[in-house]
Design a protein around this ligand. Structure first.
Ligand code: FES
Ligand SMILES: [Fe+2]
Length: 349
């Protein structure tokens, strides 16, 4: 473990109250999840006109669809007649979306097609499902629920630039998805990802696989990058190591350049103050998963399960009266950076 912090002084973490309070969670939904760029999905989920998938972020149901002219659309999955959820399936291919309450139908871009219980289609703002901002970067589809959100490049320009070297990213397809509901606050899951002090104790296989004496956690504007060389790698093969990115607020992207590059993403989606849905997606070039890739999936899943058991134990501690804060070790600086961003977001306008 590389200790980058030279000016270390003992400091408190953010208060544990922030990991259990429903009131603070409500604030986080508005100030973070409904106003940041959030990974919703991948272009390989909407290859043909009519393809769509649904996605919920902080209680807001969204549809992403590919329209007739192959344009990509994002809008709230809410009927503008009276507010019902329109599309109930997770994904599919449709010509129109149909609300099952009074039968309104919508084009693939969210615009009203027919409102059978009205005599006119001229119903102002209610003639379209509400649009959501969308950007595509390296085939990853991001949405932002703030209609005034600044372009992604303004917040994530450095992250986007650091992925430019991976020319294979646009040729990947989302091949497998697994998910787990974790009984812990979403920040506990992110905190856990941002330090590797626990790796030796909690992840014996991971610690054997990577050179833990030279494990790096680099901080950048709104993201961090962790990497180390494989312990069994020859000198000539060193350099194209995997990079494990965390991107503010709730996304992890792991990129494995290797022979045939691949990627995994983890979307950390808050459900309540003490429940989080983690969605893991695996992206490869071909639909056929090789044995080597299966082994990688098994390895990654195992490390994650080890982490989730830890954060669920931690969540139990947040609820007790024993302590109000934790303290940062010198090597928990990335977690501290996350907490700084968090406090700015929560306390900002
Ligand atoms: S609520 Fe959708 S058609 Fe009435
Ligand atoms: Fe871990």
């Amino acid at each position: 473990m590389k200790e980058l912090q030279t000016d270390y002084a003992l400091e408190h973490t953010i208060p544990y109250e922030n990991y259990v309070s429903p009131q603070i969670f409500e604030k986080e939904k508005k100030k973070i999840f409904q106003s940041s760029w959030i990974l919703a999905g991948h272009m390989s989920q909407v290859e043909k006109a009519g393809d769509f998938f649904t996605f919920d972020i902080a209680d807001q149901p969204i549809i992403i669809s590919k329209g007739k002219n192959n344009e990509l659309n994002a809008f709230y999955n809410i009927c503008p007649h009276r507010g019902t959820i329109v599309e109930k399936s997770e994904c599919g291919n449709k010509k129109v979306f149909t609300c099952t309450y009074h039968g309104w139908t919508f084009h693939l871009n969210g615009k009203l097609n027919k409102a059978p219980n009205f005599t006119t289609n001229e119903i102002g703002n209610h003639s379209c499902m509400t649009k959501v901002k969308l950007e595509v970067f390296q085939s990853m589809i991001f949405i932002n629920l703030n209609p005034d959100a600044r372009p992604m490049a303004e917040t994530y320009g450095d992250f986007m630039a650091s992925l430019e070297k991976y020319t294979f990213l646009d040729s990947l397809k989302k091949i497998r998805v697994t998910q787990r509901v974790i009984d812990a606050n979403w920040k506990a899951v992110v905190d856990n990802y941002l330090e590797c002090d626990h790796c030796k104790i909690a992840h014996p296989e991971f610690s054997k696989t990577f050179d833990m004496k030279n494990y790096h956690i680099d901080l950048h504007a709104n993201f961090s990058c962790q990497y180390s060389e494989l312990t069994n790698k020859s000198k000539e093969d060193q350099g194209d190591h995997a990079n494990f990115y965390w991107v503010w607020p709730n996304l992890m992207v792991s990129i494995y350049p290797g022979k045939e590059g691949n990627m995994t993403t983890s979307q950390i989606l808050p459900l309540s103050a003490d429940k989080t849905l983690a969605i893991y997606s695996y992206y490869f070039k071909s639909d056929e998963i090789s044995e080597e890739q299966e082994e990688l999936i098994r390895f990654v899943d195992q490390v994650r399960e080890e982490d989730f058991d830890l954060v669920e134990l931690l969540q139990k501690g947040f609820h007790t009266n024993a302590f109000k804060y934790g303290v940062y070790s010198p090597t928990e600086y990335a977690m501290k950076y996350f907490h700084n961003l968090y406090e700015n977001a929560i306390n900002g306008q």
